[in-house]
Design a protein around this ligand. Structure first.
Ligand code: MTE
Ligand code: MO
Length: 394
């Protein structure tokens, strides 16, 4: 009788290897999930026109007042989210490799419990591929699809995290058992241990070492975009790494903002009533403050520069709205989701929150937001609106 082909014969596979990879992955994915939901909160997604999440829904998890201090908080959060996510990729691939035989299990369904396990695993693997895929594409500034990234990545996170909780719940006993026994467990149908293993080409330790080295490599190739310093030059996988320590995210040309001339005025509006317009010279005549503050993009890169300008709280006072509870900031940019932001009370009134007019002692370059831009400590980069034209206090 001819032997059936046995494609999955690696002697490394087994509950022990999968448990080692799975438990390490769980820690990293935990960091990515927590920082992801924190980033969602930092966006103030239900305020004004801030986010694309359907408005008016009653279920608003992870909404709390994200603090405006310490100023590096969002840079840390997003640096962790993106860097740990990218570093986890080799581990994720190794984990998926370790359970590949499961994909070809026969019979495909043995019981109701087994069906549940398989559906959960499908949601988990699908969710992981979707979340890691969309995240990496976003970091690479590459959007070949037509859905909204923020919305898709947010709902994808719910699917992925729910499946993960169920999966860990069902697999936890197996994992504990695998760690307790020195040799691989004798398994029933659909087990991971190859019944007829091929001779080893690498030890389990060697395999884990290789995965670790790949993770270290991913770290060196990306972490510099958020950590800065000499590592920034090594961040070749990150579009905002590779040496430029003050990147421009969207240029004025991209945003279709032309050269702004001397006729520019900042319009201040309070409760729908236009109260005052200020020229750049008039803004420069107001008390100027300077702070070292980061721009920290959702895509993981960050940069700290010395910004100077007028405190947002001083502008609110100047407009006659010292107790304003929020401000809607509008850019000269004609279109696009990033042309506006709504800042909450704590962001508007933070001591270091600025309408910046200059950076590092020089007039703001056009690409960094001339004639004026928002710089608020610990705010997601995308809300630091450039080319500000109007501020509406309420
Ligand atoms: N009007 C406007 N403001 C904007 C953007 C934009 O596209 N349009 N991009 C935002 C994003 S996503 C980031 S990360 C920061 C980047 O600031 P920088 O280009 O000065 O580094 O600006 C923010 N402000
Ligand atoms: Mo950004």
């Amino acid at each position: 009788m001819p032997e059936l082909p046995q494609p999955w014969r690696s002697p490394l596979r087994g509950p022990r290897l999968t448990s080692i990879l799975g438990s390490m992955l769980l820690v990293l994915v935990g960091v990515v999930a927590v920082t992801g939901f924190l980033s969602h909160a930092a966006y103030n997604p239900y305020l004004g026109h801030n986010a694309v999440i359907p408005r008016g829904q009653d279920f608003k998890p992870f909404t709390f007042t994200w603090p405006a201090s310490p100023s590096w908080l969002y840079a840390l959060n997003q640096g962790l989210h993106v860097t740990v996510g990218i570093v986890a990729v080799p581990l994720l691939l190794a984990k998926l490799w370790s359970v590949i035989p499961r994909l070809f299990e026969f019979p495909p369904v043995r019981s109701v419990a087994h069906l549940f396990e398989r559906v959960t695993a499908l949601a988990l693997v699908g969710g992981a591929i979707f979340q890691f895929g969309t995240g990496i594409f976003d970091v690479q500034l590459y959007y070949p699809w037509h859905f909204n990234f923020v919305e898709a990545h947010y709902y994808g996170a719910w699917v992925f995290c729910s499946a993960l909780v169920l999966h860990v719940g069902t697999k936890f006993p197996v994992m504990v058992k695998a760690f307790r026994t020195r040799r691989e467990l004798l398994e029933g149908p659909g087990g991971l241990v190859a019944p007829d293993p091929a001779p080893p080409t690498i030890s389990r330790r060697g395999f884990l070492g290789g995965v670790g080295a790949a993770m270290g490599g991913m770290f060196i190739l990306t972490a510099g975009q958020s950590i800065g310093g000499p590592l920034r030059k090594a961040a070749l996988l990150a579009p905002r790494g590779g040496g430029d320590d003050f990147p421009v995210n969207k240029t004025a040309a991209f945003a279709k903002v032309g050269r702004v001339d001397a006729s520019w005025r900042l319009k201040l509006v309070v409760n729908g009533r236009h109260v005052v317009s200020l020229s750049r010279a008039e803004l420069l005549a107001l008390p100027q403050r300077s702070y070292d503050l980061p721009i920290a993009c959702v895509e993981g890169w960050s940069t700290t520069q010395r910004w100077s300008g007028v405190r947002l709280a001083d502008l609110a006072r100047h407009a006659g709205a010292p107790n304003a509870s929020q401000v809607q900031v509008e850019s000269l940019q004609p279109a696009g989701a990033f042309r506006q932001t709504t800042l909450a009370a704590n962001e508007l009134h933070a001591e270091q929150s600025l309408l910046a007019l200059s950076v590092n002692g020089a007039e703001l370059p056009l690409d960094h937001g001339f004639p004026a831009r928002i710089i608020v400590p610990a705010l997601p980069g995308v809300h630091n609106t450039k080319w500000v034209g109007e501020m509406r206090f309420t």
